[in-house]
Design a protein around this ligand. Structure first.
Ligand code: FES
Length: 105
């Protein structure tokens, strides 16, 4: 059974903006998209840079360094730059206005 870690208040996560944080020393970012909350790994799989410093376009975050794109709902590497490996995605739940992430992808 997953151990849930509180990472934010629900109101902290705004559509169109990344919410970078970490769980157990792992950099992640949370996103709100079409009513859902999603959490994915925040380090690009090409070089060590935070994806949340890049550009958010709909359901994609674009790496600020070489423009690889990752789906914010799944972590899937979709197109663009030299990265080809997906980032992890994490289960998210909301309880009484607090947002929790399960650390195992
Ligand atoms: S560091 Fe992200 S695509 Fe190169």
């Amino acid at each position: 059974m997953a151990e849930w870690i509180q990472v934010a208040e629900e109101s902290d996560i705004v559509e169109g903006e990344a919410f970078p944080t970490e769980i157990n020393g792992t950099a992640i970012a949370l996103y709100r998209f079409e009513g859902g909350l999603f959490a994915i790994g925040d380090i690009c799989t090409h070089e060590h840079v935070r994806l949340s410093d890049g550009w958010l376009d709909g359901d994609r975050i674009e790496c600020p360094l070489h423009q690889s794109c990752f789906e914010i709902r799944t972590g899937k590497c979709v197109e663009g730059g030299p990265a080809w490996q997906d980032v992890d995605h994490f289960a998210v739940k909301v309880e009484e206005g607090s947002v929790f992430v399960a650390p195992s992808a």
